[in-house]
Structures are given as structure tokens and as C-alpha cells.
Design a protein around this ligand. Structure first.
Ligand SMILES: NC(=O)c1ccc[n+]([C@@H]2O[C@H](COP(=O)([O-])OP(=O)(O)OC[C@H]3O[C@@H](n4cnc5c(N)ncnc54)[C@H](OP(=O)(O)O)[C@@H]3O)[C@@H](O)[C@H]2O)c1
Length: 291
């Protein structure tokens, strides 16, 4: 069962599982985008309505399920302050899913957290680490996926990396290495974890094929686009004061993440790739695919 199947990562996981002809169910909300739920149905995914905030909606969806994969997060697209937020979804909601999975006799619980380097004090990081500890102590066989920054988000206009329009604003100086990974590769790891014994009770730090600074990524886009990109920066001090001053948990978490990116997120993949044969998408591949 995939929870988060209407999201970027969860949808790709469903697609890969169905391509292997595996039976897949998905937990979707009554409020989920109908275009996305229809697309899941077309893939052959069986849908169950449920919401991680409401424990009573989880039992039916979990009946007979062997493996749970969750990519659920309230941040950023499903976030509603005081309603569908970091406390109720990323923390309490995932803990509800762990408890319900245990009761239902699930064999393996695969949880999407994030890189150990994203480790300043902010609400999303605190929720992720709390859930990781809860899962590790739950008695369930677990895999904790700890991907670094998705290139599709962190090298996009949504976070100021508007290479296509020739303008990029880096977090801090942009000089520190970041292991940009494609969400498509995170999905491949998630699927591989179902059958790979190395994933049992394991924490997997997942990065892309190279550790590249934000400025290296700009150079790659310049080469691929064959044009100069104007580069500005949000100074580290500005990110630090945003983190200290933000009231809303989502804004605080976003500032915290940007500060972590500015500090760098280096991940070495050699050891994991020896155990999980995934061919990683590079930033150059990605840049070439979006132009
Ligand atoms: N972006 C990155 O760079 C990055 C890096 C490392 C790790 N991650 C992690 O990767 C995971 C997947 O990210 P993504 O980009 O795929 O996220 P996304 O596209 O925003 O998807 C989030 C999913 O969570 C679901 N959801 C939200 N609230 C829910 C609730 N109360 N009950 C049940 N489902 C709920 C959403 O359903 P609706 O469609 O109904 O709203 C959606 O399917 C997240 O855990 C994220 O923290 C991301």
C-alpha cells in the first residue's frame, strides 16, 4: 500500500510497482485531486479513502497489506495551518499509520524521511527524526529512506533556481556540495527495498551520482541551455534570521531547509549502489530533459 500516491514521489512509486505487475493499493483522500486519483486507477491501483489524521480510516486500507510505503507530507502542497500541517500529518499522522500497520500485521514499513545533513532545529526535521525513532522502536521491519534534495524541486523556479529564464538565486554563497537526486531514483530505491534484504531494518542515505554545488548546477544549465545565467544569492545571515524569526511551522521549515542547502548536503553513494543496482539520473540528464 502506498500512502502519498497522489504526490510526486508516491505516484512514481505506484507507476514502477504496476510496471512490475505487483498488486498495489493506495490511500488517497476524498479531497485529493480527481485527475491524480483517476490516473492511479488507470495504472491499475486500487484506491482506498483515508486520511492519516483520522486513525479510524486506516484499518480497512491496511487489510491484507504486506508492505506499506509512505511518502506522505503536508509540506508544501497539502499544507493547511492548524489543520493539515507538520504536527498533525508529518508527525502524528505517520505515527497513526505505523500503529495501524502494526495492528494489521504488515511485514515491512518503508518511510520517506530526509538526509541526515538536513539537520537544524525546525519543525519538519524534528517531526521526521521523531517518526524515524518511533518506527525503529515499533517492532515492525522498517526501511528509512533519507533522500537529499530532489533536483526537480531544488533546481526549479519554485525555489529561485529559474535557469530557464536565465536567473538563479542561490541559498547562501552556493559553493557547498549538494547531492541532488531525482525523485524518480528515490522511487526506484523504494521499490527495490521491498525485495532487497539489505533494506531490512536499514536507514538509507540517498543522493544523486555527484555532489555538486549550486554554482556547479548553474554551470551545467548554462552549458545545456547555451546561455549565461545571472546569479544572485540570499545571504546566509538572511536565511538565519528568517529561520529564527518565522512563526509559521511551514515557513520555519522552509527557511531551515534553505539554510541546510546553503551549508551543503554531501552524500556518498558508492556503498549503497553496491547493494542496490540503481542507475542514477544526473543533473545534466535532468537539465537536458527540461529545456
Ligand atoms: N522535495 C524534496 O527535495 C525532498 C527531499 C527529501 C525528502 N523529501 C520527502 O519526500 C516525500 C515525498 O515528497 P513529494 O514531493 O512526493 O510530496 P507531495 O508531492 O507534496 O505529496 C504529498 C502527499 O501526501 C499526501 N497527504 C498530505 N496530507 C495527507 C493526509 N492528511 N493523509 C493522507 N495523505 C496526505 C498528499 O495527498 P493529497 O494529494 O490528498 O494532498 C500527497 O499525496 C516527503 O515526505 C518529503 O518530505 C522531499
Amino acid at each position: 500500500m502506498v500512502a502519498g500516491a497522489t504526490g510526486l514521489l508516491g505516484n512514481e512509486i505506484c507507476r514502477l510497482l504496476r510496471a512490475k505487475h505487483l498488486p498495489v493499493t493506495a490511500l488517497v483522500r476524498t479531497t485529493s485531486d480527481p485527475a491524480k486519483t483517476e490516473q492511479l486507477t488507470k495504472l491499475g491501483v486500487q484506491l482506498f479513502h483515508g486520511d492519516l489524521r483520522k486513525k479510524e480510516t486506516l484499518d480497512q486500507a491496511l487489510q491484507g497489506v504486506k508492505t506499506v510505503i509512505t511518502s506522505v507530507s503536508s509540506m508544501p502542497f497539502s499544507y493547511k495551518p492548524g489543520d493539515n500541517d507538520i504536527q498533525s500529518v508529518d508527525e502524528d499522522g505517520i505515527i497513526n499509520l505505523i500503529n495501524a500497520s502494526k495492528t494489521a500485521g504488515v511485514n515491512h514499513f518503508i518511510y520517506t524521511s530526509f538526509s541526515k545533513n538536513l539537520d537544524l532545529d525546525f519543525p519538519l526535521r524534528n517531526a521526521k527524526r521523531k517518526v524515524e525513532r518511533y518506527l525503529q522502536n515499533s517492532g515492525l521491519t522498517y526501511t528509512i529512506l533519507r533522500p537529499g534534495c530532489f533536483m526537480e524541486l531544488w533546481l526549479s523556479a519554485a525555489v529561485g533556481f529559474d535557469a530557464l529564464n536565465g536567473k538563479v538565486t542561490t541559498c547562501g554563497t552556493g559553493a557547498n556540495p549538494v547531492a541532488y537526486i531525482s525523485f524518480k531514483d528515490v522511487a526506484k530505491f523504494a521499490v527495490e527495498c521491498i525485495s532487497n534484504p539489505a533494506a531490512r531494518n536499514a536507514v538509507l542515505e540517498l543522493g544523486g551520482p555527484q555532489n555538486l554545488s549550486q554554482l556547479d548546477a548553474v554551470k551545467i544549465f548554462e552549458e545545456v541551455l547555451d546561455k549565461k545565467i545571472e546569479v544572485g544569492q540570499i545571504p546566509v545571515e538572511a536565511l538565519q534570521s528568517q529561520l529564527a524569526g518565522a512563526e509559521d511551522p511551514m515557513q520555519k521549515s522552509f527557511s531551515g531547509l534553505m539554510l541546510c542547502v546553503s551549508n551543503g548536503d554531501r552524500i556518498e553513494m558508492k556503498e549503497i549502489l553496491d547493494k542496490f543496482p540503481v542507475k542514477l539520473i544526473s543533473v545534466k540528464d535532468y537539465a537536458s530533459s527540461v529545456i
